[in-house]
Design a protein around this ligand. Structure first.
Ligand code: AHR
Length: 508
């Protein structure tokens, strides 16, 4: 039993948009407060930003950062978070049953991003409790150069230069009954179209994301996209997707195959977009903003906001990720890369403390979760790359949730602009018990003579995690035995993928 595929530089999926390695900062739990922002912390800079956290964010390599929500945005008044601190109101945040102090707002967020090279803001407007006018006001505040009341307010707050925010989300998960101001597809489609049209009058250079389905499991999935796109096809640049996976009832095989579901979800959205294009005889190819994805144990007891007292920055959604979770995250990144021709933007939800690759303790340290490693390594080698076509032939196994799936999930990338660049393979072995040999036929890649490195995430204990007590228990490990050999048919890579593992193999 082995997994095999052919790599040939003539066959590619497409170029990666760096924004595929985006992230998400929501006013939720401790993502902002005591996550990124903690005035008084020993590592805080003069803006109250935690420099230890900023350092880890830079290492993670995130690009587009979505803000300020999430469910939060559908009840948010952006004006609360700008202007003099002492005048900012304390408000209830009904979405997460929390108290929002508004000490952190748009200006603070943009300022934080200035300290994260390669990042850019992706702002969501509130289409839950608000509408076209408030979206226009926010855009004017953010992007208009000056000499209007709103843009002068920004200048008075210290930001004379406009923020130049290009990426805008037209609301969040408006298909979800849990969303404040939830709408049906017809209502949302009309509002999104009206908002998009008006926003472009102020700034024609912006890129707009319409809300797609919150999960593939929504009853309205498919018809929601079709209706929304009927209203917005010519007015928006992206349709959003969201997907979270978790291990349920001990069914680890299904959990390890989550990316199979994610790929089927992407294929379904692409088909719906292309149908919308065909109907209107449009040559425009709608792209996807997968602006929330991750492992999230959302059905564990206590995960929801329902029963708590109102509190500032409560500990919410602070999932501790295991080796198994990191393998699934690595596999989800492989799924995104395999669809890089249509998925332009993707945001790992979220960035700090809340279902996040980075954890902090108030007043204490910051550390990397297990999921940090596959994200940082994939971003490092795939951000400016092109994705090669990979068709894996591997043994399959049956899963309860996703049917028959191949045991190996893989993709490969190489530099976009050089023929003799190294090639990086990302591969996941979904078998919990069996190491699998991997054989890759390297056609037309005669310049590849050696394995530069083969590292990965795997462990004798697939439930091992990094915690406050043991923050460096899990890290990348070298994997031995990989080699480039010369066969009758040319060069080939031979490697072994340990059971339940994520691998990065660099060939040069
Ligand atoms: O990321 C956590 C939440 O998940 C977001 O607020 C919401 O958009 C989604 O349901």
């Amino acid at each position: 039993r082995a997994a095999r595929f052919v790599l040939d530089p003539a066959f590619e999926v497409g170029r990666v948009d760096p924004r595929l390695f985006g992230s998400f900062v929501e006013h939720l739990g401790r993502c902002v407060y005591t996550g990124i922002y903690e005035p008084g912390h020993p590592a805080a800079d003069r803006d109250g930003l935690r420099t230890d956290v900023l350092e880890l964010i830079r290492e993670l390599g995130v690009t587009a950062i979505r803000y300020p929500g999430g469910n939060f945005v559908s009840g948010y008044r952006w004006e609360d978070g700008v202007g003099p601190l002492e005048q900012r109101p304390r408000r209830l945040d009904p979405a997460w049953r929390s108290i929002e102090t508004n000490a952190f707002g748009l200006g603070e967020f943009i300022n934080a991003l200035r300290k994260i090279p390669g990042s850019e803001p992706m702002l969501a407007v509130n289409l839950g409790t608000r509408g076209v006018q408030e979206a226009l006001d926010l855009l004017e505040y953010a992007n208009h150069p000056g000499e209007t009341t709103l843009s002068d307010q920004r200048a008075a707050a210290g930001d004379k230069q406009p923020y130049g925010v290009r990426l805008w989300c037209l609301g969040n998960e408006m298909d979800g009954p849990w969303q404040i101001g939830h709408k049906n597809a017809e209502e949302y489609g009309r509002l999104a179209a009206a908002t998009a049209w008006a926003m472009r009058l102020i700034d024609p250079d912006i890129e707009l994301v319409a809300c797609g389905s919150s999960t593939r499991a929504m009853d309205t999935f498919g018809t929601w996209e079709a209706t929304v796109l009927a209203h917005t096809y010519d007015l928006v640049d992206y349709i959003s997707m969201h997907a979270y996976y978790e291990e349920k009832d001990g069914d680890r095989d299904s959990f390890l195959a989550s990316a199979a579901d994610m790929e089927a979800f992407i294929d379904g959205v692409v088909a719906t977009c292309d149908h919308a294009a065909a109907v209107r005889k449009s040559g425009k190819r709608m792209r996807i903003s997968f602006d929330e994805w991750n492992v999230w144990y959302s059905t564990r007891p206590g995960a929801g906001p329902e029963t708590r007292e109102w509190a500032e920055a409560p500990r919410l959604l602070e999932d501790v990720y295991t080796v198994t979770d990191a393998v699934v995250v690595g596999s989800m990144l492989i799924a995104l890369l395999r669809h890089a021709d249509r998925v332009a933007i993707a945001c790992l939800a979220q960035l700090v403390n809340v279902i996040a690759p980075i954890m902090t303790e108030p007043g204490g340290p910051a550390w990397r979760q297990t999921t940090f490693f596959p994200f940082a390594e994939t971003a490092k080698y795939a951000r400016d790359a092109r994705v090669l076509a990979v068709n894996v032939h591997a043994p399959t196994h049956e899963t309860a949730k996703h049917g028959s799936v191949p045991l190996v999930h893989a993709t490969a990338v190489t530099a976009a602009d050089s023929e003799h660049a190294p090639v990086t393979i990302f591969a996941v072995n979904r078998s919990q018990s069996e190491a699998l040999p991997l054989q890759v036929d390297l056609r037309g890649l005669d310049h590849l003579t050696r394995v530069i490195e083969h590292v990965g995430i795997h462990d004798e204990n697939p439930d091992a995690a990094n915690t406050l007590a043991e923050p460096e228990r899990v890290a990348l490990r070298p994997i031995e035995g990989s080699a480039v050999t010369v066969t009758g048919a040319g060069r080939a890579l031979t490697a072994t993928l340990p059971p339940l593992s994520w691998s990065l193999i660099r060939l040069g």
